[in-house]
Design a protein around this ligand. Structure first.
Ligand SMILES: [Zn+2]
Length: 270
């Protein structure tokens, strides 16, 4: 009973706040409609602070050549996406983005992109990406998650489920640790903070499709995506949430990518 009473003030305050922050938007290219309860500016403010915190707590790679490749590939894809969005009247969709690409020394096969274009690659994924075109497969996919604002949707959902629909700023005030943990979990970093969020199949397929198109726009051959996922499939073993072989299953993922190849190639400029 006590618990119920305690929840009310937060619920009422947050309901009023969320109504003013509800944001309906459309994912570029796929046209999927999404409803975001958390504002872009709140998502990015948190992303920028969590990103610099992560870089402080993790060791950057000292391999100059590999680090430069990650930065070059990221910039090349981000530039192509920004140009495409500007040319098609969607420039405002990327407002507030501040792209950054870093390689950390960690043998987990992982990579992620937080809201606003904050990317981290782990050295552990490089044996699978092999070369710059392979790297572009993962880079395109991660950039796609940020451009399609999947983190915002995931966080909106979690705020609804766990925080009674509270606004992010309210939740941060009331439950700072839980809110930060939830935020990190929304980007596949849950295992490091003790929370795991299953990745949505819709988001993964959407990021695969957009990623394929984005890498093609930047002049990387989209066919490399199929080769990369075949290598991931063959690796077996434990993978981090972002690259779980079961979600979507590798063979379905590969089939899906093959079916998108004709469309992706329309964007491919050699
Ligand atoms: Zn993904």
């Amino acid at each position: 009973m006590k618990k119920v009473i305690k929840k009310w003030p937060l619920f009422i305050v947050s309901l009023m706040l969320s109504v003013t922050l509800i944001n309906c938007s459309t994912v570029p290219i796929t046209g999927r409609k999404q409803l975001n309860l958390v504002s872009d500016s709140e998502m990015m403010a948190m992303s920028f602070s969590q990103y610099s915190q992560f870089l402080k707590e993790n060791k950057l790679s000292t391999n100059k050549q590999q680090t430069e490749m990650v930065k070059r590939c990221g910039k090349r894809i981000a530039d192509a996406v920004v140009k495409y969005m500007n040319d098609n009247g969607h420039g405002s969709h990327l407002e507030g983005f501040d792209w950054e690409f870093n390689l950390v020394d960690d043998n987990t096969p992982n990579a992620w992109c937080m809201p606003g274009g904050k990317v981290v690659f782990y050295t552990g994924i490089l044996p699978y990406t092999q070369d710059e075109a392979g790297l572009a497969v993962v880079m395109g996919h991660e950039i796609a998650h940020a451009v399609a604002k999947h983190g915002n949707e995931r966080m909106s959902h979690q705020m609804g489920v766990q925080m009674g629909g509270a606004a992010l700023s309210v939740a941060l005030d009331e439950k700072p640790e839980e809110t930060k943990a939830m935020y990190m979990a929304a980007f596949g970093l849950g295992s490091q903070v003790g929370v795991l969020l299953p990745y949505s199949r819709t988001h993964e397929y959407e990021a695969d499709k957009l990623g394929l198109i984005f890498m093609a726009m930047a002049g990387y051959n989209p066919e490399e995506a199929v080769e990369f996922w075949k290598r991931m499939a063959a690796s077996g073993g434990q993978k981090p949430p972002e690259f779980l072989s079961t979600h979507p299953a590798d063979e379905n993922r590969i089939k899906n990518l093959e079916s998108l190849m004709v469309e992706a190639k329309q964007y491919y400029k050699k």
